[in-house]
Design a protein around this ligand. Structure first.
Ligand code: PMT
Length: 222
């Protein structure tokens, strides 16, 4: 029997979209289905890790063996992620976290007036950036979802956030569907993977992650 590549490791990950309310019946979200994050959670469990997943609003079943915390907003995702961070060996940001949220949330349903409505948005906190910048940061893996110039944007995210590994994907390849086509970016180069079902892609990501952890004796540097 092969030893499991993440045996004894603790992995925290985020998955799915966030939902930022505008009023009691409306909000801003995106098309992330959660499938990539849930597949990665499953692949980490298969590799022997203890996995905690902070999940945005999706209807997927929890992979066997995964501890799941459900949240709605980016602020709740940040709070739940930071609360579960102590003792983790790896953090993986798969969630499509809102970059902006409405500055004011109306307590009552906004009534239609026939006039244009202006929403003022404010920046949310960058959960991955905040965790990767901590002196006690676990090994941090980011995703980069782009609609063009994947290599340039993914590499700049890896360097800007000081990440050991970035998984780059084009939104047209990965968002919502059953399959994905990703390129892995680490300090040694770019490694394109063939298009495949998300669980297969997830297992390849875990294999690369495990080899990085082994190479750097659990303390890889970006
Ligand atoms: O859910 P699926 O339908 O299966 O689709 C999968 C996916 C396309 C959503 C997934 O593969 C993916 O690319 N996830 C990251 C989406 C994203 O928000 O990418 P980004 O390039 O905007 O963000 C970069 C990184 O920062 C990500 O790791 C993200 O989780 C993290 N981030 C971003 C903003 C924020 N406020 N906090 C964060 O932690």
């Amino acid at each position: 029997l092969q030893p499991k590549s993440l045996a004894g490791k603790r992995v925290l990950l985020t998955a799915g979209p966030t939902f930022e309310p505008i009023d009691p019946v409306r909000g801003l979200t995106n098309s992330s289905s959660g499938k990539m994050g849930f597949a990665l959670a499953q692949a980490c469990v298969e590799a022997g890790a203890a996995v905690t997943m902070i999940a945005g609003p999706v209807t997927l079943p929890t992979p066997r063996g995964v501890r799941r915390v459900d949240v709605q907003t980016s602020a709740q995702m940040r709070e739940a992620t930071l609360r579960n961070l102590p003792g983790q060996d790896v953090f993986i940001g798969v969630a499509a976290v809102a970059d902006y949220r409405p500055k004011m949330v109306s307590a009552e349903k906004i009534k239609k007036s026939g006039e244009p409505l202006t929403l003022v948005l404010e920046c949310t906190s960058d959960i991955l950036g905040e965790i990767a910048a901590r002196p006690d940061a676990p090994l941090c893996v980011g995703f980069a979802a782009e609609s063009q110039h994947l290599e340039t944007y993914a590499e700049s995210k890896r360097k800007a956030k000081n990440l050991a590994l970035v998984v780059g994907n084009l939104v047209q390849d990965g968002l919502g569907g059953e399959t994905n086509r990703v390129t892995l970016f680490d300090a040694t180069g770019a490694y394109p993977l063939p298009p495949a079902k998300k669980i297969i892609v997830a297992r390849c990501i875990v294999a690369h992650l495990a080899s990085l952890m082994e190479k750097f004796d659990g303390k890889p540097r970006a």
